[in-house]
Design a protein around this ligand. Sequence first.
Ligand code: ARG
Length: 475
Amino acid sequence: MSSSSSDNKPSDNQLANKSQAWSALFSEPMSDLVKRYTASVFFDKRLWAADIQGSLAHAEMLTAQGILGQDDHAAIQRGMAQIKSEIEAGSFDWKLDLEDVHLNIEARLTELVGIAGKRLHTGRSRNDQVATDVRLWLRGEIDELLLLLNALQLALVEVAEKNAEVILPGFTHLQVAQPVAFGHHLLAYVEMFARDAERLVDARRRVNRLPLGAAALAGTSYPLDRERVARTLGMEGVCQNSLDAVSDRDFAIEFSAAAALVMVHISRLSEELILWMSQSFGFIDLADRFCTGSSIMPQKKNPDVPELARGKTGRVVGHLMGLITLMKGQPLAYNKDNQEDKEPLFDTVDTLKDTLRIFAEMAAGITVKPEAMERAALKGYATATDLADYLVKKGLAFRDAHEIVAHAVKTAIGSGVDLSQLPLAELQKFDARIGEDVFELLSLRGSLNARNILGGTAPAQVRAQVARHRARLRG
Ligand code: ARG
């Protein structure tokens, strides 16, 4: 059985040479403004490789099913190979009149191979075609993003290992709380990025399903083998309802949500890098190549890269809002609204890829200033909890110990010294059970080492986590 298109969207005899891709039904041409408004080719041409890949899988199946002849199949393969090289060479003539990537490629195919090109669209609609293309494209991008997330995590793990013993003040409410290892602090971000990767892997499963075969909305009367196409394209299954298949963009929204969270994590890290690099903190320095100067203040070195990343989080979160709102209120099945999914997705992917790449490099080049970190940790009575814990181990209830230590801290503040600088006799006024052994615990290092619990900040735990992450990321 050989046949021309079952979909009345791109009218066959107009695809190849005429300026308008529409059927004979239309009696007046589109205005230039409407053409520009409705066309997507200038952004969706980015989907060309997925479009060709999907078309070849479709053609192969049509042939296997006896719907397309061997000669037509060979012609389509030949034509597509030529189109691929034209696009790669930059010589492909993208036409606004042909509206989108799909019609542009199909028209060129027909120009190159004639009638076989006109048969390709049998049993297919641009509705299931575009949904397939976006999924194929996004699947590839997710795989790249996973590699980049992996590289960023490894870079952070590397810096964490080198700084397993370096102490900085841990904050809550941005007030000095307890000493933590700088390595431990960085590994908190590794956890975030690890969850981000998990989310992407999970979203990928739902991205990787095949809409083709749904045709315009209701399925097709041709005996297509959808499972075969799915297998050819390495997809995990076929979309099971034709109406849903052509109109579902959940996969894009889910991806966008996962991407927004990646950027939120990047933004949190950025904020810390910016604070840490400020003169008031002075905890780190970023390599010059990630910073810029000021055109008026010669002394300035500004952390532009993390600032921009923090700013770009806004657009990625914005794209999520755009996509989710795009879906709201759409009746089944395909609506042209869905053409608006592409630019936000493209920009999300571009922003994430650049940001992850640059952060992996930047993290590897951080200069850590341990003395400044430690000095800051000494300032805010960061070991007060350790004194309370000490008293609990001597038999006090924690609430009572908490109260006693509050008095001790008040006294220390009054004398302008750290808890560890109060003489033993002074400390014993708060509780007679305090002994000489308290001073080891009141030191930053004593406090750090004491938190030798799974997930805690003791250097031994940090090293154990470093090893776990390495095995996970390299394995
Ligand atoms: N350019 C369109 C899109 O991105 C392709 C599908 C068009 N389908 C249609 N029936 N007009 O969604």
